[in-house]
Design a protein around this ligand. Sequence first.
Ligand SMILES: [Fe+2]
Ligand SMILES: [Fe+2]
Length: 171
Amino acid sequence: MEASAKSASRGIFDSANAEARERVAALLQKAYWMEIETVMSYIAASVNLDGVRAQEIKESLSEDVEEELGHARRFAERIKELYGVVPGSEGFAAEQSFLQPPAEQTDIVHVIRGVIEAETGAIEHYTRIVEETDGVDPVTQDMTIEILHDEQGHRRLFEGFLREYEAEGIA
Ligand SMILES: [Fe+2]
Ligand SMILES: [Fe+2]
């Protein structure tokens, strides 16, 4: 009785939770790749866009690159702490078809919509991690909630940018 109580206190590191630990590590791997791809897409967009009106978007994306990179690092460190292995580059498969460079580099609306879609995807996946870690791994859950908060802020900002273009009939 005492022994089981003691081992249960190890939470996600308890041997009985090995399966949950592997499942959480796999979810974190996907999150890690999402962040890495977002870094690639945001660097490209922050450089590619042309025009006076693009400046605000470019600056915002440049700042986001640093934040998304920080997220990737946090997910990587947590994978390691859960005894997983941070994947090598050959495990990467691109998914952000919607964030490829537009035909015209003045097409700001294309980029804004792409960013909203990327952030929405992150929000959905991180919400799933929060749900799956509930009562199982509060440390991963806490960390993911913080990152989820950042993504909600990013999406809200770009929704505001889109609204401006919609109001002018450009989007
Ligand atoms: Fe992120
Ligand atoms: Fe983000």
